[in-house]
Design a protein around this ligand. Structure first.
Ligand code: GLY
Ligand code: MN
Ligand code: MN
Length: 504
């Protein structure tokens, strides 16, 4: 009896368990089905609405271009500027003319202060490349006061420069320079040939309303690409597959990449300009994505986020991420009129160094090279027609060792209309400690370097391979700043929440 009961009890228990398991499986299947059914179905090639950007800014605004020529004319004084398409973005900035050949002449003292020389319309070419703008559009669309065929340039050149004390020629315009020098010599002209680059670059620093609209459009589409990959990335993908998803969103919105996308997984996240993008992305790694769409008018965004591939940061990844986030937030507060160019850099670095010291990665914060070991780049650069846009910073950006950790070097004043990045980062490359002698042998003796390595190695190894950069685009305004990329998830909590579940 006793044995029979025990046996019966066991059978009951087994049965109950089986029923429970079946109910749980059925509930999960039901949940899965409901979840799938409630998601809108996408046809191939169709994008969910939240990834489509409504274009608001026209590709070309004659007023913006006329204003910038006016600004340049003021800087030219009695001089004449001659610039060709060989000067690339600087030529485009002045004219908006996007054919491969063309010359513009700005002569403020002339009755026709803006002349263009362009390839004429040509039915033989039209079959290969389509219609050219020709002289009619050079005057109609691009507002030249007069336009000639390019072949007339050499003949008209002496007249255009006659009597001017200065001729400004771009350093990329070697052919123009040769022609000008020949005429000057032949005619025995008393004239100085000057580089045009710096006056054009200075003019590009302050963006007008249309340019800011262009940048906002580029930023918005870039943010959509970030949101898209937050939802679509998965372990096992190749970096270039993520790049393809990014470019898919850019192209679906009518834009193109403003620079080569950086998609760095795992150890590649510690390479500042990793563009090979051919590694397999593994679970538990970080994925650093530094991308920018270029607007239809050519203005490029530059936005970085660093993602946990499996949608949750490990404690170590989160610790480094949160430190970079804190540096970014503090740096952005220093981006306003009254501050100078490098103030935000010094503030962001101060936060990073403080945090790295607390973690145990910098034993002595008074030793310059111990800090330089972690701080690789400044945190801001102009954006515009070039991703690293032209313009003076008030210091030499190439001489990093000079300014990067020197708060006394502050650079030029920030002005409303400047648009720039804020992009602090920490890159803890594996094996980097093995290169201390090569990196800093000129600043410290071998024993000092070895003792530093020995002291921090156990902590360094805990974080080795982690690379984090967070990059936003910031417009300086009269009263402070406007973060153009503000709506993109940024803090570690926001990123995890945004990656949690498909949102279309
Ligand atoms: N994408 C290059 C940079 O962040 O400067
Ligand atoms: Mn970038
Ligand atoms: Mn950048």
């Amino acid at each position: 009896m006793f044995f029979y009961f025990k046996e019966n009890n066991n059978v009951m228990k087994k049965r109950n368990m089986t029923v429970t398991v079946i109910i749980i499986i059925a509930a999960l299947v039901l949940l899965f089905m409901i979840d799938n059914l409630t998601r809108p179905c996408l046809r191939p090639g169709e994008l969910p609405e939240r990834y489509i950007h409504e274009h608001t800014s026209p590709q070309y605004d004659p007023e913006s271009y006329a204003n910038r020529r006016q600004r340049l004319n003021e800087a030219l004084g009695d001089g004449v500027l001659i610039i060709s398409a060989a000067a690339r973005k600087d030529f485009y900035y002045i004219t908006g003319f996007d054919e491969r050949q063309g010359v513009a002449v700005l002569a403020p003292g002339d009755v026709k202060p803006f002349r263009m020389f362009v390839t004429p319309e040509n039915p033989a070419d039209a079959i290969w490349i389509g219609e050219r703008y020709g002289t009619q559009e050079a005057m109609g669309k691009f507002k030249a006061d007069t336009a000639w065929s390019l072949e007339n340039f050499e003949t008209i050149l002496p007249k255009m420069i006659n009597g001017t004390p200065f001729i400004f020629v771009h350093t990329l315009d070697q052919q123009i320079k040769k022609l000008v020098s020949k005429v000057v010599e032949e005619k025995g002209m008393e004239v100085q040939i000057k580089d045009a680059d710096s006056i054009i670059h200075e003019s590009r620093v302050i963006k007008d309303k249309w340019e800011i609209d262009q940048l906002q459009q580029a930023v918005d589409v870039t943010c959509k690409a970030h949101l898209w990959i937050m939802q679509t990335m998965a372990p096992g993908q190749k970096e270039y597959e993520v790049q393809a998803e990014i470019e898919y969103i850019f192209r679906k919105n009518g834009l193109s990449p403003g620079f080569l996308p950086i998609v760095g997984s795992g150890p590649n996240a510690t390479i500042l300009h990793h563009i090979r993008n051919d590694r397999i992305i593994n679970d538990n790694e970080l994925l650093l994505v530094d991308i920018g769409a270029a607007s239809s008018g050519g203005y490029t965004a530059d936005i970085t986020r660093t993602y946990p591939v499996n949608r949750r940061f490990t404690p170590e990844q989160r610790e480094i991420y949160d430190l970079v986030y804190k540096a970014s937030e503090a740096g952005i507060k220093k981006m306003k009129p009254g501050m100078k160019m490098l103030d935000c850099n010094h503030e962001a670095n101060r936060i990073l160094l403080e945090g790295l010291h607390e973690i145990g990665l910098i034993p002595d914060t008074t030793v310059w090279w111990q800090k330089r070991f972690y701080i690789q780049h400044r945190v801001n650069h102009y954006i515009g027609l070039d991703v690293h846009d032209t313009g003076d910073y008030g210091y030499d950006p190439e001489k990093r060792d000079e300014h990067i950790l020197t708060p006394e070097i502050r650079g030029r004043e920030l002005k409303p209309g400047m648009v720039m990045t804020m992009e602090p980062g920490i890159y803890l490359q594996e094996n980097r400690l093995d290169y201390l002698h090569e990196l800093f042998g000129h600043l410290a003796g071998p024993e000092e370097l070895d003792s530093f390595a020995e002291k921090i190695r156990p902590v360094y190894e805990k974080y080795a391979g982690i690379g984090v950069r967070i990059e936003d685009n910031v417009l300086i305004t009269e009263t402070g700043n406007n973060i153009l990329s503000e709506n993109l998830p940024k803090s570690s909590d926001e990123i995890e929440a945004a990656m949690k579940r498909r949102k279309w």
